[in-house]
Design a protein around this ligand. Structure first.
Ligand code: SF4
Length: 338
């Protein structure tokens, strides 16, 4: 299918609307490329309200790219704790260290590069983030494509399944080259606040006059089916003589890589062992996985050394597991044996 003709959408009206109605977000009040990069990485897969909390926390902890580069990856994961998709945090740390290298060692002398191609060469930066940062932080004429922009485009042109190439071509043609960062953000803001997936407010939309899909907006685009894999796991939490749980750091390249938690074993634990109690089932959803963890707790003191979880980065799933065990009052604690 050829790329759609785009003459209808009023760039002027959309930018006017954005200037007046954009949400008050702190990363829109700065031209610091590091602050803008952090916001773009955090907002992937995360709602703005939650992203705001984590952005503030990350900016407080790592106000500059240098401060992150000089930190350990464990400290970055701790600050990221609860934000999910922890590979983003690990890659951000790797990015900061690469940027701080001198150019003679293929680094960037401590400054984020402004060009899209150089940004694309950094860990964790894909086409969307490269276009967003180069346009918003550096005024470079590159068009972003995300789910919001795809939805606006599909509705404007009554397309049920626009391909990535079609959406990118559309976005490239629409780009206002004098204000590329504002333009990209205006389109995304429209999709996030007015042209929403379930309840678009077409009567408030600044570009409704050009929209072919406004009467049947929710038909466009057709929702993408995501396959969710059900996974059953079990864990048996042990405590040491000080009442600290025995937890270990997960492999960097696996699920919850670099985070700490009790050992999770695939498959449902058969029966009761005699020295452990069943506590309950913790359910946790990721984008492509639904995890059900059968949680047991040992009634015996562990011979291994436990760790204080409050000093370490744990995933939300692991926090739920340890919280459930603590609330149950079951299992070994120093008090039970004294
Ligand atoms: S008119 Fe409605 S469907 Fe069309 S772009 Fe605006 S909000 Fe979306």
């Amino acid at each position: 299918m050829s790329v759609v003709a785009l003459s209808g959408l009023s760039q002027e009206k959309l930018l006017e609307w954005y200037d007046e109605h954009q949400r008050d977000l702190p990363w829109r009040k700065t031209d610091d490329p590091w602050a803008i990069l952090l916001s773009e990485i955090l907002l992937q897969q995360t709602q703005v309200s939650r992203g705001l909390i984590y952005w503030k926390r990350m900016m407080d902890t790592f106000p500059t790219i240098q401060s992150m580069a000089e930190s350990s990856v464990d400290k970055v994961l701790k600050a990221w704790e609860g934000a999910g998709y922890y590979s983003r945090a690990r890659r951000l740390h790797a990015l900061s260290q690469l940027v701080m290298l001198p150019s003679s060692k293929e680094g960037f002398d401590g400054s984020l590069p402004s060009s899209r191609d150089a940004l694309l060469s950094l860990p964790g930066i894909g086409p969307y983030t490269a276009a967003a940062v180069s346009s918003i932080a550096f005024g470079q004429p590159f068009a972003c494509v995300d789910g919001n922009i795809r939805r606006v485009m599909a509705r404007q042109h009554q397309m049920t399944e626009p391909s990535n190439k079609e959406v990118q071509s559309w976005a490239d043609e629409q780009l206002v080259r004098q204000r590329p960062g504002d333009w990209n953000q205006a389109l995304m803001e429209l999709g996030a606040t007015i042209c929403t997936p379930k309840k678009p407010q077409c009567h408030l939309c600044p570009v409704n006059s050009s929209c072919l899909g406004r009467e049947t907006a929710t038909n466009y685009p057709k929702p993408k089916k995501t396959k969710v894999k059900e996974i059953t796991l079990w864990t048996c939490v042990e405590f040491d003589a000080d009442g600290n749980p025995v937890i270990h750091q997960r492999k960097q390249d696996g699920l919850f890589g670099g985070l700490w938690g009790p050992q999770l074993i695939e498959g449902q634990k058969p029966g009761k062992n005699g020295d452990d109690d069943f506590v309950g089932i913790v359910s946790h959803k990721l984008s492509h996985r639904a995890m059900n963890v059968h949680v047991f707790v040992s009634t015996e003191q562990s011979q291994k050394t436990g760790r204080n979880p409050s000093n370490l980065a744990l995933s939300v799933l692991d926090q739920k597991i340890l919280g459930l065990v603590r609330e149950s009052g079951k299992g070994y604690t120093p008090d039970t044996k004294s």
